[in-house]
Write a protein that binds this ligand. Structure first.
Ligand code: URA
Length: 226
C-alpha cells in the first residue's frame, strides 16, 4: 500500500508511526469538499495496539458533533454485539473510511475516498491488527479491493496479506433489517470463535501490553498493496 509522508519517517514500517503522528499530519484537513460542511474530523478511537480493528463508512450526525466514530444508534448496536465476540469497545480500534460526514449521510464519493484513504491506510499500518472487520459495502470494498456486495462477502474470513478480514453488515443497516441483524450477530460469534482459536502469540501479547502510545518496531511481514 502507498506510504504517506510522515515527518521523521521514511517508508514507515508497521507499528512504527503513532496514531498521534498521523492525526497531526491530518491537521485541519482540506483534502476534499467535506471539510466545508463538517463540524469535527472523526479520526478514530480505541486501543492503538488492538488485535481487532473495525472500519465503518463515514461519520453520521452524532459522530460529526462529538468527533468520535459510532456514538449514535449504530454505535449502540456495535457496542452491544461486540460482547458476542468477547470484546469490549476499549479492546478494539474503530475508524471510518471517511473522516468527515457527508451531507445528509449520503454515500461517500470516489474522490472523497481517494482523498481520505491515505489516513486509513496509515492507521491500519500503525495498529497492524490481526483482524480487520469491515462494516458495510464501502469499507469492505476499500479493504478487500472488490465490488462484490456485502451479502456475498459476509459469513467468512478473507485473507489480505497479513490481515484476516471479516466483512459484515453495517450495524446501522442491520437495525433496519432484522435478518441482517441476525446475520451480523452470527458473524460476531464467528469472530469470537476465531479469536479464541487463534490465541495471540505470547511475545506479541507482551509487546502489545507494554507498548507505549508511540508504537514499537516489531518484526513484521511486508506491507500489502493497497
Ligand atoms: N456509521 C459509520 O459508518 N460510521 C460511524 O462512525 C457512524 C455511523
Amino acid at each position: 500500500m502507498g506510504v504517506m509522508r510522515i515527518p521523521g519517517h521514511t517508508d514507515q514500517k508497521p507499528r512504527e508511526v503513532s496514531l498521534d503522528e498521523i492525526r497531526s499530519v491530518m491537521g485541519d484537513c482540506r483534502a476534499c469538499q467535506l471539510c466545508q460542511t463538517r463540524t469535527n474530523i472523526v479520526f478514530g478511537v480505541g486501543n492503538p495496539h488492538a488485535r481487532v480493528m473495525f472500519v465503518g463508512e463515514a461519520p453520521g450526525k452524532n459522530e460529526d458533533l462529538q468527533g468520535e466514530p459510532f456514538v449514535g444508534r449504530a454505535g449502540e448496536n456495535l457496542n452491544r454485539i461486540l460482547a458476542l465476540a468477547g470484546l469490549r469497545r476499549t479492546d478494539v480500534y474503530i475508524a471510518n473510511v471517511l473522516k468527515c460526514r457527508p451531507p445528509q449521510n449520503r454515500n461517500p464519493q470516489a474522490d472523497e475516498v481517494l482523498a481520505c484513504s491515505p489516513y486509513l491506510r496509515e492507521q491500519i499500518r500503525s495498529i497492524w491488527p490481526d483482524v480487520i472487520v469491515t462494516l458495510g459495502n464501502p469499507a469492505s470494498h476499500f479493504v478487500l479491493k472488490t465490488e462484490t456486495g456485502i451479502t456475498k462477502l459476509r459469513g467468512r474470513f478473507h485473507q489480505m496479506g497479513h490481515f484476516t478480514v471479516m466483512p459484515t453488515f453495517h450495524p446501522a443497516a442491520a437495525l433496519r433489517n432484522p435478518v441482517w441483524q441476525e446475520l451480523l450477530e452470527e458473524d460476531f460469534r464467528m469472530l469470537g470463535a476465531y479469536l479464541a482459536k487463534h490465541p495471540v502469540d505470547a511475545g506479541l501479547a507482551a509487546v502489545r501490553a507494554s507498548a507505549p502510545e508511540g508504537g514499537v518496531p516489531v518484526g513484521v511481514p511486508p506491507v500489502i498493496e493497497g
